[in-house]
Write a protein that binds this ligand. Structure first.
Ligand SMILES: Cc1cc2nc3c(=O)[nH]c(=O)nc-3n(C[C@H](O)[C@H](O)[C@H](O)COP(=O)(O)OP(=O)(O)OC[C@H]3O[C@@H](n4cnc5c(N)ncnc54)[C@H](O)[C@@H]3O)c2cc1C
Length: 473
């Protein structure tokens, strides 16, 4: 009988897990998660590792509850550990779902090559994406560089039905050496993370309940509401997707079910489009693997950046004097996430108002986001900067004041995250420095004491950014 090691990585779920499903049909299964020495400094920041810790505990529990099988946890070099577990258990097969980060692809090739040499049966699957990014190309056989044709092409590809959670899983009789999740050392040493429990429930159960609630409650107003940060109209599934606690194929399938009642529903179409943006992020990471490190438009290599550390710190702490930017940065620090529109505004502010390199912003997001994802984060930052393939033109500079006036008209989001401005009436909530001094006094605000003055003037910053761009055009 075949004994298969199923290697869990960024696919911490039991439903629609193709590697697990196939292994379960072929004999007994040895599920393992390895915290890999060769990559962990590259993988995630503290918030995302907090997520991983709890997600692993949840997956262990799921294995116990449904199958009475242990999820083996180990840390070290992936290949060495896989070989060790094979020797210990007599396993003769290895199944896993593909990852797409350049370092993971390289490592996986090495693992496959090495294990093939000793006769291990290896099978890999594309279970974390809707489409296999290696097989999608334009008519000339080249990778797509623009989103809309990519999206149209994707819609012509079929997506197979998601697989159920295996009803039965045969473990093995032998006890395999494992460690506690806590021994992986994923939690921060200074325990700032306790507050994250108020906002999130990592694990597959949490993912499924967020998804089901979203479909019942918010999907049908998604397009209308998604740009307004105080409405919380997004699904908030991104950290669950980042760790693979829910499969995009299962999500797509339930969207299709919803659409079978209401065809061409534009709210559902809008949500599908965002899932395809996620695919496009991975697609770019596969075909343009330098996206996480260097501008995809080479002209940006000569951009006159200003690496002002004081301004970087003020941006990180949410002390720029622009309420919408500060609200976003403080939401991020408190909750590990930030609304998508506000991500665009704060990123644009860093890169275009302050001229600080986008890689610094991407690094801060990597450190603080629970949904950090190398593909989406790199694409998001290059999009805002204008240095990506299909990105916002550089001359489109988000105005943090009018963005606030348009998308947080009543200042509800700002008041939630910048409490020192709570009593400031509209429209001054978006530009406190223009409020009459009597008014400021009456609501207890002393500019530059209780709330900062803008660290840079918007009109000046806009002109300076355009002049900098002119130099590389
Ligand atoms: C500068 C910048 C950095 C970003 N960094 C990340 C990141 O590290 N990880 C991450 O998952 N997303 C990132 N995004 C994309 C987006 O902001 C988040 O996916 C979204 O805010 C998550 O909220 P949600 O789950 O409620 O999304 P929904 O609106 O409910 O969308 C559903 C899903 O679609 C995907 N999605 C939505 N918008 C985008 C997008 N613009 N690009 C790619 N995929 C998208 C996500 O997986 C999301 O969970 C970034 C965007 C910007 C502008």
């Amino acid at each position: 009988m075949q004994k298969t090691i199923v290697w869990f990585r960024k696919d911490l779920r039991l439903h629609d897990h193709q590697a697990l499903w196939e292994a379960s049909q072929n004999g007994s299964v040895i599920p393992i998660f390895i915290w890999p020495h060769e990559e962990h400094h590259l993988l995630s920041g503290e918030a995302s590792l907090w997520w991983l810790h709890h997600s692993l505990l949840a997956l262990q529990e799921e294995f116990k509850e449904h199958y009475g099988v242990d999820l083996i946890i180990r840390k070290g070099n992936s290949l060495d550990i896989l070989i060790e577990v094979m020797e210990d258990t007599g396993a003769n097969a290895l199944y896993f779902n593909e990852r797409y980060e350049p370092f993971a692809i390289k490592r996986d090739h090495y693992v496959i090559e090495s294990l093939n040499k000793i006769g291990v049966d290896i099978r890999t699957f594309h279970s974390n994406l809707l489409y296999n990014p290696f097989t999608i190309a334009n008519l000339s056989g080249d990778p797509y560089k623009v989103f809309t044709p990519f999206w149209k092409r994707c819609l012509n590809e079929s997506i197979s039905r998601p697989l159920p959670r295996p009803s039965l899983l045969n473990g093995i009789d032998k006890v395999v050496s494992t460690i506690e999740v806590a021994e992986l050392g994923l939690l921060p040493t200074i325990r700032w993370d306790e507050k994250l429990h108020c906002y999130w429930q990592p694990g597959e159960k949490g993912a499924i309940s967020v998804w089901e609630l979203f479909i019942q409650k918010d999907l049908h107003s998604y397009k209308t509401g998604r740009d307004y940060p105080s409405l919380q109209a997004g699904s908030r599934l991104s950290p669950h997707l980042a760790w693979g606690e829910i499969s995009p194929r299962a999500m797509w399938y339930s969207l299709e079910m919803e659409q079978s009642h209401i065809p061409m529903n534009e709210q559902i179409e809008a949500y599908k489009r965002q899932l395809i943006w996620r695919e496009f992020g991975y697609y770019q990471l596969v075909h343009f693997p330098t996206i996480s490190k260097a501008p995809l438009r080479p002209a940006f290599e000569h951009f006159p950046w200003d690496e002002n550390q004081d301004n970087l710190l003020k941006w990180q702490k949410g002390e720029t004097g622009y309420p919408l930017v500060d609200a976003g940065m403080r939401e991020l620090w408190e909750t590990g996430t930030m609304h998508n529109r506000v991500r665009m505004v704060v990123a644009s502010f860093l890169v275009k108002h302050l001229l600080i390199p986008w890689t610094y912003g991407a690094k801060w997001f990597q450190h603080t986001l629970v949904d950090f994802d190398l593909a989406n984060n790199s694409m998001g930052w290059q999009w805002v900067t204008g240095s990506g393939l299909d990105s916002a033109p550089y001359f489109r500079i988000f105005n943090p004041i009018t963005q606030g006036e348009k998308f947080d008209r009543d200042g509800e989001y700002i008041r939630k995250w910048v409490p020192e401005l709570t009593k400031l009436p509209n429209p001054y909530i978006h530009r406190p420095w223009t409020a009459p001094s009597e008014l400021l006094k009456s609501v207890g605000i002393k500019l530059n004491e209780t709330y900062p003055l803008p660290i840079i003037d918007h009109d000046f910053a806009r002109k300076r950014a355009l002049a900098a761009y002119d130099k590389i055009k």
